[in-house]
Write a new protein. Sequence first.
Length: 256
Amino acid sequence: MGILNLTEDSFFDGGKYNQKDNALLHVEKMLNEGAFFIDVGAASSKPGSPLISSEEERRKLTPILEKLIVSFPETYFSIDTYNSETAQAALEIGASMINDISAGTVDSVMFETVAAFKAPYVLMHMQGTPLNMQEKPQYSDITKEVKSLLIRQTQAATAAGINDVIIDPGFGFGKTVTHNYSLLKELDSLTDLNCPILLGISRKSMIYKRLNSSPDQALNGTTALHAWGLDRGASILRVHDVKEAKECVDLWTALH
């Protein structure tokens, strides 16, 4: 799953792809490198970011998404949003999937909106909101608590009529570096939910803080953690660097 950020302040590539021409070129590049999904986001979720309205989000998203769907009609576009109105507008335009960092907790109409389109839905764990999630996150048992929320929201999503749920443990969303590694180590405990697991660790602080580097220097660490995540049950990698992630998947597949 290649990442297309339409925000100005994403932690890694903010502002690079929020114009149509740049977005089109980047999507073409990711598809050529082997992306199966393209995840398009118009709301920043880096620590300290406030939630934005659906109106503001759609103003950034809609013109570019319309152009992308016309230009790449066979591509599966996932929309990274916690607003049901944005989800509905994107699905009506031709998006294929919704990726919700709030697991349906921000917008109570999200589940029924996605269900009405029979679209797949990525359901992610987050403690708090992006605005406050990194203010001293605490857990008694990180994996147990993440799993509990994912089970509860997966059951609610299924009850609302969503048939295809993908779970995301939410690395970096209300978690310390130590929490993230504990969760990755025990990732295989989530496989008994019988949902595909999305791994979103690309260039995140759990890598560059541990290595005393920066997002720009976190590609090698990202690839290493991708391999370990695949070994622990991940089936979708959400990434900034498609070529390297696809090579990781191909070599892991050959190994197995």
